[in-house]
Design a protein around this ligand. Structure first.
Ligand code: KIV
Ligand code: ZN
Length: 387
């Protein structure tokens, strides 16, 4: 692989698990962490240990079994949180503490009833405290998306001086447009004197459907890590979806980025997360939705059957999806009908297909999808001479 390696920080087990109804038990979390490690993620955010005894144990058990990926635990900028995170990570081969505080004026004034100078001091204190326990400390500037860039640059410089190895710039509320998020990252790259001593991380929420676009814009502006979840799970409208950013960077390899993700495992892990968290994936979801490789209109089907690349930019095998499907609906055409009949072992000439198509379209108008049973019945009746 050539180019710049982008670190994939998976937060399915932390931000993803915050989704109502997605709570996991310890065994499920450990099993998923092992799958995430085989998928090739660089960092697994395993949980928020101070939040509950169950999360503490999960982070501890995950730390015991994960040997290659870094295991990360979340904390607030609270000394006790950081101590508990460190304790949960004690068996980790590569422990990381993720600590931080809100830096937007919204958060500073209405959440902390504080001021910028006080928040800056607390940010530095929490990083210094975490450094007593682990080398790898990631600082998050919560609501960085709505934080004044100049102040964000001051906070970033100060936490890097305090020892932060990664600085996370979350668009916590999913507010930014891709150009605004990219400008924010570029501002840090150009205005923080010690920025070369830390990795900038993108953590984007999907409230306006821009989480993936913003993360990619951030990387193009100089960030080196993307925080994401399988199936885009996460608070409210979710986070950047792992499968989307990974395939964007792979598909557009001329951008000069690569990841370590084993892309053929994307669909299997998507299904596993969906089943374990009991959270269905929308059919039209990019890469892992059930319709991601299904073709149903006549124009598309005809073009696809002539050359798959007319209508598919990714080979389903590359992302571990089932083979592409030709779905028969009232919008389908003769090529698709002939193809599906052929798949069932029926070969007809062009005139027969014209005749069959008239029967097909009547059936198709009466139901959502024409299935193999309908086709078998149509083909057999058509072949039998009238008595
Ligand atoms: O969205 C956010 O700001 C977060 C932080 C805790 C990193 O999830
Ligand atoms: Zn988040």
């Amino acid at each position: 692989m050539s180019g710049k390696k982008i670190q994939i920080f998976d937060t399915t087990l932390r931000d993803g698990e915050q989704v109502p109804g997605c709570k996991l038990n310890m065994k499920d979390k450990v099993d998923l962490a092992l799958k995430l490690e085989s998928l090739g993620v660089d960092i697994i955010e395993a949980g928020f240990p101070i939040s509950s005894p169950g999360d503490f144990i999960s982070v501890k058990e995950i730390s015991k079994v994960i040997r290659h990926a870094a295991v990360c635990a979340l904390s607030r900028a609270v000394l006790k949180d950081i101590e508990i995170a460190a304790e949960a990570l004690q068996h980790a081969e590569r422990p990381r503490i993720h600590t931080g505080i809100g830096t937007s004026d919204h958060h500073i004034l209405t959440k902390f009833n504080s001021n910028r100078e006080d928040i800056l001091i607390r940010a530095v204190q929490c990083v210094r405290w975490a450094k007593n326990f682990v080398d790898d400390v990631e600082f998050y500037a919560e609501d960085a998306g709505r934080t004044d860039n100049d102040y964000l640059a001051r906070v970033t410089e100060a936490v890097i001086n305090a020892g932060a190895t990664v600085v996370n710039i979350p668009d916590t509320t999913g507010y930014c447009l891709p150009n605004q998020y990219a400008e924010k990252i570029a501002y840090l790259v150009n205005n923080v004197p010690n920025i070369d001593k830390a990795v900038i991380s993108c953590h984007c929420h999907n409230d306006l459907g821009l989480a993936t676009a913003n993360a990619i814009a951030g990387v193009m502006a100089g960030a080196g890590q993307i925080e994401c979840t399988i199936n885009g799970l996460g608070e409210r409208a979710g986070n950047t979806s792992l499968e989307e950013v990974v395939m964007i960077l792979k598909q557009h390899n001329n951008l000069g980025f690569y990841t370590n993700i084993v892309t053929k495992d994307l669909n299997p892990i998507s299904r596993l997360v969906s089943e374990t968290m009991r959270m269905p994936v929308q059919p039209n979801k990019a890469i892992v939705g059930s319709n991601a490789f299904a073709h149903s209109s006549g124009i598309h089907q005809d073009g696809f059957l002539k050359n798959a690349q007319n209508y598919e930019i990714i080979n389903p095998e590359e992302v571990g999806a089932e083979a592409s499907k030709i779905v028969l609906t009232a919008r389908s055409g003769r090529s698709a009908l002939a193809y599906r009949l052929q798949m069932l072992g029926f070969t007809f000439d062009r005139d027969d297909i014209d005749g069959l198509y008239q029967i097909f379209i009547q059936i198709a108008d009466g139901k959502k999808e024409v299935d193999n049973e309908d086709l078998e019945m149509m083909a057999k009746q058509f072949k039998q001479p009238a008595a």
